[in-house]
Design a protein around this ligand. Structure first.
Ligand code: GLU
Length: 467
């Protein structure tokens, strides 16, 4: 097989949405699997709607997911002269023609077509007309002389053979009256110039594929391979909307999901390898091919994404990775930055805290108490444990803890057990007031772990605060 070249071609008119991210991922994985080249082309020809902010947002999303181009980024607008050149060559070769139809005429053609139940807009009236009949002072558009007979077949790796009758496609515009190329022309020329061998994109582009293939054939270039992926729907089967999760990739980052978990989830949206759900990137590269892409729309499911994220947090991400990823959320909650010692404490505690978190926000919330300023705020449910009795127990254990020279989880656990035995009280009688004093809450990980994470000075200060 020729070296595989794929491209992801976003229009920078908004954020990188979840469907676009999946398209990029499939292109990237396909390229990695075949040892090819993954390219990115920014389709910025719609000058009114393409903004630099949107370009940045798209790259931010792609970077976060680790989908990095292997080659220079192509900005489509910069190639407009080359696109025009190709159109003019087609004109020269008699494969395109000048059309002078006015706005009114075009509107009338559309009306007639509609009334006759035909899908076509333009009736081809300038196709064979003598240019000497051209109206004066009118700049023409350049239209493609599309084949009228026969059919075009797209051999699609996902959809199978897609047959379109040529008579169903009208003569599309290649160059507008102001000389600017149309989207359809630009895509064809750029794909060729970039050496794209495989076009993998959403199936909303399937009709475009037929038109683009007609054009490619007329120019005499080889057709790329096509794979049109079914769109993502909401859990109710309706088209994906904001309500369903059709958000920017940045929104998932802000919701505290790990990029690897999002990628794994997106991979399974529309692609399968047996019943495998949790698939590492390495494994995905080994397995990914177009024959695993399903033909029907997939359904976006937040709960599944959340579960996947929990799995990645518990089983795959290192404590250091989680600490780094969790840090911005935690710092925002605390409204301050953590120092290196505190980050080390966080990393240490994460090995335990991650088991109860589904996302980085949960994780940050559960770690917050470690860095709270003293005296701690005590939640009402925990305050009950700090009654007379509770305080008496606290005062006694404070004395025992003060004497500890070897401050670690095991020695602290032993100390509490000894304390309980000596005082002849239940474990809860000491754990509850301690938990309230150390965390401000009535729920927390094991009390000896909490003491260990906080360290001796901080633990003693927190207990003292309540006495
Ligand atoms: N720019 C198009 C889009 O964002 C994609 C075009 C293509 O992949 O051919 O939908």
């Amino acid at each position: 097989m020729k070296k595989v070249v794929t491209r992801f071609a976003p229009s920078p008119t908004g954020f990188l949405h979840i469907g676009g991210a999946r398209t990029a991922l499939f292109n990237w994985l396909f390229t990695r699997h075949h040892g090819g080249e993954f390219r990115i082309r920014v389709e910025d020809t719609d000058r009114k709607r393409s903004t630099p902010e949107a370009v940045d947002a798209i790259f931010e999303g792609l970077d976060w997911l680790g989908l990095i181009a292997d080659n220079d980024i192509v900005f489509q607008y910069a190639n407009r002269e080359r696109h025009a050149e190709v159109a003019l060559k087609l004109l020269e070769d008699g494969k395109a023609y000048k059309c002078y139809a006015s706005k009114e005429e075009l509107a009338e053609m559309r009306e007639t077509a509609k009334a006759e139940g035909r899908p076509l807009g333009y009736d081809g009236r300038w196709r064979d007309r003598d240019p000497s009949e051209a109206p004066e002072g009118v700049d023409p558009v350049i239209r493609f002389k599309a084949p009228r007979e026969g059919e075009i077949v797209i051999k699609d790796h996902v959809q199978g053979d897609v047959v379109v009758q040529n008579k169903e496609l009208d003569d599309m515009i290649l160059l507008r009256a102001d000389g600017t190329p149309t989207y359809m022309l630009s895509v064809v020329v750029d794909d060729y110039d970039m050496g794209v061998t495989h076009v993998i994109r959403g199936d909303d582009h399937l009709t475009n594929a037929a038109r683009q293939a007609q054009l490619i054939n007329a120019i005499g270039w080889p057709l790329p391979e096509y794979a049109h992926i079914p769109l993502i729907h909401g859990p109710d089967g309706a088209k994906l909307s904001k309500r369903h999760g059709a958000l920017g990739v940045d929104a998932y980052r802000d919701m505290g999901y790990l990029p690897d978990a999002v990628k794994n989830y997106l991979l399974r949206l529309g692609w399968a390898h047996g019943d495998e759900e949790v698939i590492s990137e390495k494994q995905a590269i080994e397995w990914f091919d177009l024959d695993g892409v399903g033909k029907s729309p997939s359904r976006f499911d937040f709960t599944k994404l959340e579960n996947m994220n929990g799995i990645y947090m518990r089983e795959f991400a290192s404590n250091a990775t989680l600490a780094t990823a969790c840090l911005p959320f935690l710092q925002e909650k605390l409204e301050r930055e953590l120092n290196d010692d505190e980050i080390a404490t966080l990393e240490n505690a994460i090995s335990e805290l991650k088991n109860r978190a589904k996302n980085l926000i949960d994780l940050a919330e559960s770690a917050k108490f470690l860095f709270a300023s003293c005296p701690l705020e005590i939640v009402p449910k925990a305050a009950k444990a700090l009654n007379e009795n509770g305080k008496e127990v606290l005062a006694k254990i404070h004395a025992d803890l003060t004497a500890v020279s070897d401050w670690n989880r095991d020695s602290l656990q032993k100390l509490i057990e000894d304390f309980v035995e000596r005082e002849e009280i239940g474990f809860g009688k000491v754990a509850q007031p301690l938990r309230a004093a150390l965390t401000g809450s009535n729920v927390s990980p094991g009390i000896s772990e909490v003491l260990d994470w906080l360290g001796k000075d901080e633990s003693l200060t927190r207990i003292k605060d309540q006495l």
